[in-house]
Design a protein around this ligand. Sequence first.
Ligand SMILES: [Ca+2]
Ligand SMILES: [Ca+2]
Ligand SMILES: [Zn+2]
Length: 114
Amino acid sequence: MANQNPSLMERSINTVIDVFHKNSKMEGDPDTLSQKEFKQMVKKDLANFMKKEKRCDEIINDIMEDLDTNQDKQLSFEEFVMLLAKLVYATHEKMHEGNHPRGNNHSHGSGFGK
Ligand SMILES: [Ca+2]
Ligand SMILES: [Ca+2]
Ligand SMILES: [Zn+2]
């Protein structure tokens, strides 16, 4: 079983790690996101999921401040994944808005994607 191809979920996790590093190595510390790098990630890599947020630099800065728990003005990977947890949760909530019940007749809307 060890040589099985990675599942969709496993590949998604790898993608998240790759995208973080693609952005984090642009300037300064290669392992953390500066304010500029985070802004760029939100605008490019979270363009649909953070449509409202990406138009306003101040909101992006506020989000970053919330995530930056050790307040060093950089987002470590550990701090960044909290945003993902929130986004995954919020997206699922969004998918159940309108005529999309939970439970036995479980159905999903398009979430933030469209
Ligand atoms: Ca960096
Ligand atoms: Ca930090
Ligand atoms: Zn659901």
